[in-house]
Design a binder for this molecule. Structure first.
Ligand SMILES: *Cc1c(COP(=O)(O)O)cnc(C)c1O
Length: 352
């Protein structure tokens, strides 16, 4: 090791799901939406001109913040936006998790949390999910430096009831509680209604999944104006212009078409419920996912083998070589035709 390397902030980075590029592939590995963004997004993109790009964007991302505030019936100072919810969450970790006490999150959860904690030198303690992969709320009723969990959880898809979420917040009013609602639009209950009651609650959502805009990178958070001000102070100390002009106009357009949003989300939910029935018939086991993916295991067929066999056919799902979940596959819900291809393959593989 070179002398200068002693001073390097070394981290083990998060590993995103692969982005393979085959014309015939069925991509069910990174929870993207199989349907295109709302038609208004395309119109906004075509209407865009390059001339305004010489100017910096609005540092407060006002048009998008205002659109979100109107959509969710909040005040503008209760809304924060960032470059995907990963950016929002990283900023929130940096801003709110500054205690010597450990922050708490589930042992099986979004695998970016421990990466940010390590990056920012935040102590953490994982709370084990129960054998049905559910969060035990009482695990979070102890002293800590902050709490973060996704709801529905990833990669399990399990929803924690809104009353249990509130109990966790109520027991933790001396720290910041972050609820990561990346998948909430697919049938779970949002905690956004609790931000008026608890000024230490931050609810984080994204356009990446339910609004088909993973490629645009827009995430946002709701909280008390006090909480949002602290987030903005950290943001302006880091990078004033996180949201670029194209993202701002296309993002605002995505919020305008409620009918399209409902229609595509409903389609994905219907396909998810149908896929559950098909997989159950083949003997797969899984929880009652409220997200746009299923987390499934089969008593007779090792997940890793299945993952590899699917991959050969250019059907990509996600496999995690991690304790407790290394016999599971996380399968994103695609179109009906994509799920039919997956089901057909699995029927042949399992002989069912
Ligand atoms: C996908 C995901 C995110 C991040 O999504 P962005 O594309 O950065 O908005 C955050 N949390 C969870 C649990 C996710 O699955």
């Amino acid at each position: 090791m070179k002398k200068w390397e002693e001073n390097v902030r070394r981290v083990v980075p998060y590993t995103p799901g692969e982005q393979p590029d085959f014309a015939d592939m069925i991509k069910l590995n990174t929870n993207e939406n199989p349907y295109p963004p709302a038609p208004g997004v395309e119109r906004a993109m075509r209407a865009m001109q390059s001339e305004p790009l010489r100017l910096y964007p609005a540092p407060g991302a006002d048009s998008l913040v205002e659109g979100l505030a109107n959509y969710y019936n909040l005040k503008k100072d209760q809304v924060f936006v960032g470059v995907g919810s990963d950016d929002v969450l990283a900023m929130a970790f940096l801003t709110f998790f500054n205690s010597d006490r450990p922050i708490l999150f589930p042992d099986i959860t979004y695998s970016f949390y421990d990466v940010w904690a390590d990056l920012f030198r935040i102590p953490y303690e994982c709370q084990p999910l129960n054998e049905r992969f559910e969060i035990t709320k009482e695990d979070y009723f102890k002293e800590n430096g902050g709490i973060v969990f996704p709801n529905p959880n990833a990669p399990t898809g399990e929803e924690l009831s809104l009353s249990a979420v509130e109990e966790i917040i109520a027991h933790n009013q001396d720290v910041v509680v972050i609820v990561d609602e990346a998948y909430v639009d697919f049938g779970a209950q949002t905690a956004v209604g609790l931000i008026e009651k608890y000024d230490n609650l931050l609810v984080v959502q994204t356009f990446s999944k339910s609004r088909s805009l993973a490629g645009l990178r827009i995430g946002y958070a709701f909280g008390s104006s006090r909480l949002i001000k602290y987030l903005n102070d950290a943001k302006y100390s880091f990078n004033s212009y996180t949201m670029n002009r194209p993202s701002l106009s296309m993002g605002a357009a995505a919020l305008e078409d409620e009918a399209y949003f409902r229609e595509t989300v409903d389609k994905i939910v219907a396909t998810r419920e149908r896929t559950k029935k098909e997989l159950a018939q083949m003997g797969f086991l899984f929880g009652d996912s409220k997200a746009n993916f299923l987390f499934a295991t089969h008593p007779d067929y090792p997940a890793k083998k299945l993952f590899e066999a699917l991959r050969e056919k250019h059907i990509f799902v996600r496999y995690f070589a991690k304790p407790r979940i290394d016999n599971y596959l996380r399968i994103t819900i695609g179109t009906d035709a994509q799920m039919d291809a997956l089901i057909e393959f699995l029927k042949e593989y399992t002989g069912k």
